[in-house]
Design a protein around this ligand. Structure first.
Ligand SMILES: [Zn+2]
Length: 480
């Protein structure tokens, strides 16, 4: 089936001739300008809508034509005529590119797994990056999500956390999503194996040593795989960061920014060497408890500026809503109860009430790390370090989909404009996968992932929650 459309060519203006040039091949392909009424119709048109994307800003009065999984044409509504199967009146509405959640774990809590894809879609999340899960568990989920007709976002996955020894997520003290990497040889073999299993990127975790880290980086480059990483505990942000494509949670940035970074790192290396047979989760947590807030308190402006200057090509995924949960207690929001009603029954009770999921009141009251997170995001943003939007769903009360909107709000609270926050959930993730020619903007040739909103997200970023329609992989999704 072929969508037919034509473009008015009277009284050309600069904008119009650019548009005409952009769609000329399509006009030729269509063969005729006026729709032939007897021919079968396909495609989707959203007319008279305000188009918003992080690259071009706000464009009112537009018509967007979609055929299959591609945007065919974007232009002023009074100049575009079309015949399509599905026509959506966008009057008074706002169209943004489909949102990404750059940090999710589809198999972290298997009570969530079956419903997660549909929940993402309901909240306008049309792409997710699964940042850690065992292949045996995550691969079948990915396969189901990618099946024809699935109500699911696009999914990009890393397989397991590539950890060192001991493993933090070892299946004993925490869900098993990590694997040990003993040495450089094992690192290379593991990346080769993961590539053969179809991963889209790799995830480097906190216990790897510098030798293993270097081997993983080299192997990933050889296999053309981007890298998401926690800065390893034995390394600095400024030495590990420039070799990876994204860094998660702002983890360990505080150490490198501290005036006493040398001493802190020395202590850390001694502890890591002395406690190799302890539990990975306990060791990691003990080191964070020992050093994190000390490092935050010892932040050295000049030193930190030098660290951030090394990170201008490394997307920071701060998972701000997670780090700043004490300052933005999501469970106190007016729409929390309604959102919890949509999660699997087994979790509903745990996630309700004044202290959901056992988050102690004391933790809720201490906002020092939350404040540090907001300050560091602002600092990075000013230094030209790219920021990406991710949530760590479903960890720490992250309702799939819903939590991405909280993330956008915290990014704006940290100093991003609403348009920049949209960029963090659209342009930056596309760049991570070198897909910026296909995703992240509303323009001809782009993938057809779109969210129609009832209210303007540039007036208030919370308006990304006013979801009217979701188009994912070129299909209108059920969202209500
Ligand atoms: Zn995570």
């Amino acid at each position: 089936m072929e969508m037919r459309f034509c473009l008015s060519v009277s009284a050309p203006t600069g904008g119009r001739s650019r548009l005409a040039a952009a769609c000329l091949p399509l006009l030729l392909a269509a063969g005729a300008c006026a729709p032939a009424p007897e021919a079968p119709q396909s495609g989707i048109a959203i007319s008279n809508v305000t188009v918003i994307d992080a690259l071009s800003g706000e464009r009112p009065g537009q018509t967007v034509l979609i055929e299959g999984d591609r945007i065919q044409l974007v232009g002023p509504s009074d100049e575009i005529f079309f015949g399509v199967t599905e026509q959506i009146d966008g009057t008074g509405k706002f169209l943004i590119p489909g949102l990404w959640d750059m940090h999710v774990h589809l198999t972290f809590d298997e009570r969530f797994t079956p419903t997660m894809p549909e929940m993402f879609i309901r909240y306008g999340i049309t792409s997710v990056r699964d940042t850690g899960g065992l292949m045996a568990k995550v691969a079948p989920v990915v396969e189901r999500m990618r099946a024809q007709g699935a109500i699911a976002p696009r999914v990009f996955f890393s397989g397991p956390l590539l950890d060192g020894v001991p493993v933090v997520y070892d299946g004993i003290d925490a869900p098993e999503i990590g694997v040990p990497t003993l040495d450089a040889l094992a690192a290379r073999a593991r990346v080769t194996e993961l590539k053969a299993q179809g991963v889209d990127f790799i995830k480097i975790y906190e216990m790897v040593n510098p030798e293993v880290f270097a081997a993983l980086v080299e192997a990933a480059a050889a296999h053309d795989l981007p890298i998401a990483a926690h800065v390893p505990l034995s390394m600095r942000a400024s030495t590990a960061g420039p070799h990876v494509n994204s860094m998660e949670h702002l983890r360990n940035v505080e150490l490198d920014c501290a005036g006493n970074a040398e001493t802190l790192l020395q202590t850390r290396l001694e502890e890591l060497a002395a406690r190799r047979d302890s539990s990975g989760m306990m060791l990691r947590t003990a080191l964070h408890n020992l050093q994190r807030m000390n490092a935050v308190a010892a932040l050295d402006e000049e030193r930190c500026a030098g660290v951030l200057a090394t990170l201008r090509n490394t997307i920071q995924v701060p998972t701000a809503r997670l780090n700043a949960l004490s300052m933005f207690p999501v469970f106190q929001r007016n729409d929390w109860a309604a959102a919890v009603a949509g999660i699997p029954q087994a979790l509903r009770e745990q996630w309700s009430g004044p202290s959901p999921s056992g988050i102690p009141a004391a933790v809720q009251r201490d906002t020092s790390y939350a404040q540090y997170t907001l300050d560091m995001i602002a600092r990075m943003h000013e230094a030209g370090v790219p920021i990406g939007a991710g949530t760590d769903t479903p960890i720490a009360l992250a309702i799939p989909g819903y939590s991405l909107h909280s993330e956008l709000e915290v990014l704006v609270a940290a100093g991003l404009t609403p348009l920049e926050a949209l960029g963090a959930a659209t342009v930056q993730p596309a760049k991570f996968f070198s897909l910026e020619d296909e995703m992240g903007a509303i323009a001809p040739g782009m993938r057809a992932d779109l969210v129609l909103l009832d209210a303007n997200p540039l007036a208030d970023i919370a308006n990304t929650r006013t979801i009217n329609r979701v188009i994912a992989r070129g299909r209108l999704m059920p969202v209500h």
